[in-house]
Design a protein around this ligand. Structure first.
Ligand code: PLP
Length: 402
């Protein structure tokens, strides 16, 4: 795969000062300037509400975000809900399901708390949340590092039991970067009458999603989607959504509300579309910003961004193949990349004895304007659509100085 001359996203769309190399959208993505401009427009209207148009600026802003979310996921817009973040999307499902005591949720071991705590909280309702070990040695101390030989989907399928109602997974894991084949897992779940719920935040915006077999996909907007903190999206299948208790208020029962002040009494039906899971007034400032970020990403093409990121990753792995410190793990990571077991983030493992050197490397990077991040013994290098070959060379040269 060759690198195109110009990246799918121009760096000029962002506010990068000269020399700033941000390799950490897996932690927090930079918003484009267009998102700030959108926010400013809404803030201006908040300052002068007499200039705000209800249909255009409030309902229209929400709908524009739902529309962009549907395009991103190649989904029907009626299945999109506006949420605050990944966690609130997952909570709408966890807290909305008609559980029976003894029902079970399966999650992988070592999930990010967003996809762990909402399910754990269900113990108060008699629901068991079981953590599944995805490969031999994942639970060991120190844990065994995943290789291309792992088969996490099979481990999860094998763990499904008669009381399992939901399997909830990260599409791409935040610490080791392993990508799950949610289509394969989703199909197996469907065959067993189980819903697959996906925390998609580590891949959304950089990786083409397929929802076949999936029942729900939740993502905050502040990583690869390049939106502001505190704005997310949820996609639910109509079948799952019909089971869920409506979790919203007046946007979730939209015909109950009228601008004339006359509210329908006593009971009006909840919306059956994604608004069913939306709360009252959203932050339209954030909605406008995330919609602008999505518009930019969709204009560039998620498939193009994905290919570009993979080409950058290959280039970095080439550069590290003879590096005395990184070469062994770079070979492991290359196999994962070649087998599509990764998303936008390359996660290089280091052991306890190497941890101080990695800490010094991060500090050196910060002094020179390079930001990467670490989690659980992995150095995470996250490329996106604006990075180019020169960024990769700089990343490799910096990593070699460990
Ligand atoms: C896998 C995963 N899920 C969720 C989140 C964030 O959750 P939220 O959008 O609820 O803040 C992160 C952040 O690091 C993450 O890595």
């Amino acid at each position: 795969m060759s690198l195109s001359d110009s990246p799918p996203l121009s760096p000029e769309l962002f506010d990068f000062p000269p020399g700033r190399l941000w390799l950490a959208h897996c932690k927090d993505g930079p918003m484009p300037r267009s998102a700030l401009a959108g926010m400013q427009e809404i803030l201006q209207q908040e300052l002068r509400p007499w200039e705000m148009n209800w249909e255009r600026d409030f309902l229209g802003t929400c709908q524009a975000l739902r529309d962009a979310g549907a395009q991103l996921l190649d989904a029907d817009v009626s299945d999109i809900s506006i949420t605050q973040c990944t966690t609130t999307g997952l909570e709408a499902i966890a807290f909305g399901m008609p559980w029976q005591p003894g029902d079970e949720v399966l999650i992988p071991r070592d999930e990010f708390p967003s996809n762990r705590l909402p399910w754990m909280a269900l113990s108060a309702r008699g629901v068991v949340c079981r953590e599944v070990t995805l490969w031999d040695g994942q639970e060991a101390l120190p844990p065994r590092v995943p290789t291309v030989a792992v088969d996490p989907e099979q481990r999860l399928m094998d763990a499904i039991g008669p009381r399992t109602r939901i399997v909830a997974v990260s599409w791409i894991r935040y610490q080791d970067g392993i990508r799950l084949d949610v289509q394969r897992l989703g199909q197996a779940c469907r065959e067993r009458g189980v819903h697959l719920v996906v925390d998609g935040i580590q891949g959304a915006g950089t990786t083409l999603a397929s929802l076949a077999g999936v029942s729900a996909f939740a993502s905050g907007g502040h990583k690869g989607l390049l939106g502001p903190q505190g704005q997310g999206l949820l996609w639910t299948s109509p079948e799952l959504r019909a089971l869920l208790m409506p979790s919203g208020t007046w946007l979730a029962a939209p015909s109950a509300f009228s601008q004339s002040g006359v509210q329908e009494a006593p009971l009006v039906p909840w919306a059956t579309d994604g608004r069913r899971l939306e709360p009252g007034s959203p932050s339209i400032v954030n909605c406008r910003a995330l919609a602008a970020s999505l518009t930019m990403l969709l204009g560039a093409g998620i498939g193009r961004i994905e290919d570009h990121v993979r080409a950058l990753q290959q280039q970095l792995l080439d550069a590290l193949k003879d590096d005395p410190f990184w070469q062994t793990d770079a070979a492991r990571v290359r196999c994962l990349v070649d087998h599509r077991r990764t998303g936008p983030t390359l996660c290089f493992h280091y052991d306890d004895e190497q941890a101080q050197a990695v800490t010094r490397l991060l500090a050196l990077g910060e002094r020179e304007g390079i930001t990467a991040s670490t989690r659980d013994g992995f150095l995470r290098i996250a490329f996106h659509g604006w990075h180019d070959a020169a960024d990769v060379r700089r990343t490799a040269a910096w990593m070699a100085r460990i």
